[in-house]
Write a protein that binds this ligand. Structure first.
Ligand code: AMP
Length: 209
């Protein structure tokens, strides 16, 4: 089953995807994580991506498509995967159509005033990638023992606003593009509450496969 997780930054896509991995065994493919990995290793692709990512702008299609294709061709994707952060525009959705069949698109819905606060207080584990929020977790280290950090593009309100504008303009219209397989999910509440809603939906989708 190939699933797209859609929703604005801070809507909880990453957190939800990590829970789905545990129970459904589908790997999460986050194009943002793949780019940050390249940036950390300071590869040519990472250096190119950095200027876009830190401003909150979209990385060019050829770059993002290359890392995505590399990733979905790996063995762990043969029974399906969850795309987190791709596609983000109609151009990307058209490109995806040529390389993958998408079964369902889950759209996380959340009020915009909650989003900025969630992003500004988001912290990520530098080792396992677990996502925390300082409003509910004040420890500077992850449960796995590694230090937490704040993403550079989460520190700037200008970059956050840019990302949210791009979402509204470029990504939100994809709900119409995928209208025959879109499932809207209430993204408010705790991660456990959101996951409980998602689980019902995923079990249903699995049964229909
Ligand atoms: P995310 O981790 O999904 O919030 O993505 C962080 C940043 O990576 C975005 O603000 C973009 O600069 C870049 N990025 C991630 N996914 C894509 C994509 N599908 N297309 C273009 N840029 C992307």
């Amino acid at each position: 089953m190939n699933i797209i997780l859609m929703g604005p930054q801070g809507s909880g896509k990453g957190t939800l995807a990590r829970q789905i991995i545990k129970e459904f065994g589908l790997p999460q493919i986050s194009t943002g994580d793949l780019l940050r990995e390249q940036m950390k290793k300071e590869t040519e692709l990472g250096k190119l991506a950095k200027s876009y990512v830190n401003k909150g702008s979209l990385v060019p299609l050829d770059v993002i498509l290359k890392i995505l294709q590399d990733r979905i061709s790996r063995k762990d994707c043969k029974n399906g995967y969850i795309l987190d952060g791709f596609p983000r525009s109609k151009e990307q959705a058209e490109a995806l159509k040529k390389i993958a069949k998408i079964d369902a698109v889950i759209v996380l819905e959340i009020p915009s005033d909650v989003i900025i606060k969630r992003i500004l207080t988001r912290r990520v584990c530098s080792s396992c990638g677990e996502i925390y929020n300082t409003s509910s977790y004040s420890d500077p280290t992850c449960k796995c023992g590694a230090p937490l950090y704040q993403r550079d593009d989460d520190k700037s309100e200008a970059a956050i606003r840019n990302r949210l504008e791009i979402y509204d303009r470029e990504t939100a219209p994809l709900v119409d593009f995928y209208s025959d397989r879109v499932y809207k999910l209430d993204g408010s509440g705790s991660p456990a509450e959101v996951y409980a809603r998602a689980k019902i939906l995923l079990k249903d989708l699995e049964a229909r496969k």
